[in-house]
Write a protein that binds this ligand. Structure first.
Ligand SMILES: Cc1cc2nc3c(=O)[nH]c(=O)nc-3n(C[C@H](O)[C@H](O)[C@H](O)COP(=O)(O)OP(=O)(O)OC[C@H]3O[C@@H](n4cnc5c(N)ncnc54)[C@H](O)[C@@H]3O)c2cc1C
Ligand code: FES
Length: 264
């Protein structure tokens, strides 16, 4: 983990309110593992000192890319960043996604920025598999060409039916699971998106015996384990539960660890 003062290279509008931010971060970019995140101090926000966490979408050489949406004060301020602006970054942070177990078929499930958070994982996998992307409407679906270019099959669900199948991403997953019912080979699932989606995937994982890694989205104050803003309840060895910090002990957890019934 490093603190680095990094320069904005540029940023582009993508679609669905998302923007792609390119940063020159030679001290951080080469060390990023799939599923890790960076914590950004948004400049020009003197009244708001908390950093904002973002998954690393791409890391190539000294360049980091972040795909983000303007949803609140910090992210909307980020939309004004210009080439040459400087910002303070801490990273890479978090545990990242574990490697695929030998013999397992990889399955990715993403909603919202989860499509960006899973890209480095898709790129580093020893084998390609199937990726399920869900959103409310077509502009919420990101990075499809990038995943297909890596050799992944992408299946899409939108709630309004404007792209892919109409419905939730779990509807498309259920249809695929029915399709492959005679295939007994084990699958390993990696998911990132809204917590309700992660919970729905976790329920299926427990019923169907999938090993499943979920990257949870928590508010984060410090990002380095000191403030406890980001805790969630996980099962402990005695059958009870304990708090874990999603910034340092996560954000990736095997879905059986999480006490879903105690989560909001
Ligand atoms: C690991 C991780 C990876 C992420 N990756 C991405 C990504 O790749 N792309 C993307 O678009 N989004 C991503 N997000 C979500 C992104 O961090 C938020 O959208 C962003 O922080 C919102 O900031 P804001 O100032 O615009 O929103 P606001 O809602 O205005 O402010 C959020 C700020 O308030 C603080 N806050 C809010 N509620 C509380 C509370 N109860 N206690 C303490 N502090 C609080 C937060 O810590 C944060 O500093 C990620 C989140 C996590 C946890
Ligand atoms: S964000 Fe401070 S402990 Fe996790």
């Amino acid at each position: 983990m490093q603190y680095e003062s990094v320069k904005v290279i540029h940023q582009d509008e993508v679609h669905g309110g998302y923007r792609l931010l390119w940063l020159n971060a030679p001290g951080i970019a080469p060390h990023v593992e799939p599923g890790q995140f960076v914590h950004i101090r948004v400049p020009h926000m003197e009244a708001s000192v908390l950093r904002r966490p973002f998954s690393v979408y791409k890391a190539d050489g000294s360049v980091l890319q972040i795909l983000y949406k303007g949803v609140g004060k910090g992210t909307r301020t980020m939309t004004y960043l210009r080439p040459g602006d400087t910002l303070s970054l801490i990273g890479p942070l978090g545990t990242g996604f574990p490697a695929l177990s030998p013999g397992n078929a990889p399955v990715l499930v993403a909603g919202g920025y989860g499509m960006a958070a899973l890209y480095l994982l898709a790129r580093s996998m020893p084998v390609q598999g199937i990726a399920f992307f869900g959103g409310q409407t077509a502009p919420d679906i990101l990075c499809v060409d990038e995943f297909e270019a890596l050799g992944w099959e992408v299946r899409i669900a939108t709630e309004d039916g404007s792209l892919g199948e109409q419905g939730l991403v779990t509807d498309v997953i259920d249809a695929w699971w029915t399709e492959r019912k005679d295939d007994a080979s084990p699958v390993e699932v990696y998911a990132c998106g809204p917590n309700a989606m992660l919970h729905a995937v976790a329920r299926r994982a427990m019923d169907r015996d999938w090993r499943t890694w979920v990257s949870v989205d928590r508010n984060m104050g410090c990002g380095v384990g000191a403030c406890l803003t980001c805790v969630l309840r996980v099962r402990d060895e005695s059958g009870g539960w304990e708090w874990k910090r999603s910034c340092t002990e996560g954000p990736v957890f095997e879905c059986r660890e999480i006490c879903w019934d105690l989560e909001k």
